[in-house]
Design a protein around this ligand. Structure first.
Ligand SMILES: [Zn+2]
Length: 286
């Protein structure tokens, strides 16, 4: 991502988009790496997220292109219907806690490139940040938000959920779900929003588009100190709904104010996929 750009127009991004879920999980590693990389204009220009409305790759959260119809929109979206390890899920008992996972976060500050891709607000993360799970490293690629939360805990939904998307060297995807509850104003978001607005005139890009700002931001500042979590095997929650995604949902929600939540909600609208059956899967509690 060329950081010399201060404010990005809308010319080249009709096709760039990168929400988790836009790329086939099991396509050749190169293709997937391309799709996850921050560099626009590379191989990911065919991905669904940035296609103009009416294109054959379009999908939505309601109506005839809503979640119940995703599999019909494209042959490559078939897993959304036929998959048996789909996400999100309601995280219910019994949960299995005998296999303690060793999880640690190693995130560095990034500067903000904030994109509204029509399905979510997404921030691509600069190189150098990763998490470690049981000795394996996963690079942090991007994060984005859903409202309301996609995962439920014992039937309870949250106002929002942030997804931190990671990838290991072999292309495996690990997503951390960070639940967001209403409470005090979140200073990390306020500071970033203030600086974004000063530099670009926008707190959040309101239409499909992107703003770049030289604002230091570290996801580390957002994470709860308690990293107890649930983990299970699932999928991308957007087309093509590819499976093989390692999900970690942190038990401790972070807080945002209602005003902050509403800013996201009015900008992106509801964007949560309905719950999927747990089936034969087990949920690990750590
Ligand atoms: Zn997501």
């Amino acid at each position: 991502m060329p950081h010399t750009r201060r404010l990005i127009g809308s010319m080249y991004k009709m096709g760039i988009a990168i929400l988790v879920g836009t790329f086939p999980l099991w396509s050749p590693p190169l293709a997937m790496t391309g799709a996850l990389e921050k560099s626009p204009g590379a191989g990911e220009s065919r991905s669904a997220q940035g296609e103009p409305k009416g294109s054959t790759n379009h999908w939505d959260y309601e109506g005839v292109e809503g979640p119940g119809h995703w599999a019909m929109l494209q042959p490559s979206y078939m897993t959304c219907e036929t998959g048996r390890q789909q996400s999100p899920i309601n995280i219910v008992m019994p949960r299995h806690g005998d296999n303690q996972e060793d999880l640690s976060f190693h995130y560095q500050p990034t500067t903000l490139t904030v994109r509204n891709n029509g399905h979510t607000i997404q921030v691509n993360y600069q190189e150098g940040s990763y998490l470690r799970l049981n000795g394996q490293s996963y690079k942090l690629r991007q994060f984005h938000v859903h409202d309301p939360s996609e995962h439920h805990i014992d039937g309870k939904t949250y106002p929002m959920e942030m997804h931190l998307v990671h990838q290991d060297d072999r292309g495996h995807i690990l997503v951390v779900g960070l639940l967001m509850a209403f409470g005090k104003e979140n200073q990390v978001f306020s500071r970033a929003g203030d600086l974004l607005e000063q530099q670009t005139g926008h707190r959040l890009p309101s239409k499909e588009g992107e703003v770049f700002a030289d604002v230091p931001f570290n996801l580390m500042d957002l994470l709860p100190s308690n990293t107890h979590h649930f983990s299970y095997h699932g999928s991308l929650t957007t087309p093509p709904c590819s499976e093989g995604v390692h999900w970690i949902v942190l038990k401790t929600p972070i807080k945002i104010s209602k005003v902050q939540g509403e800013r996201f909600i009015t900008t992106i609208g509801p964007n949560a996929r309905p719950l999927q059956p747990l089936g034969e899967r087990e949920i690990q509690e750590n």
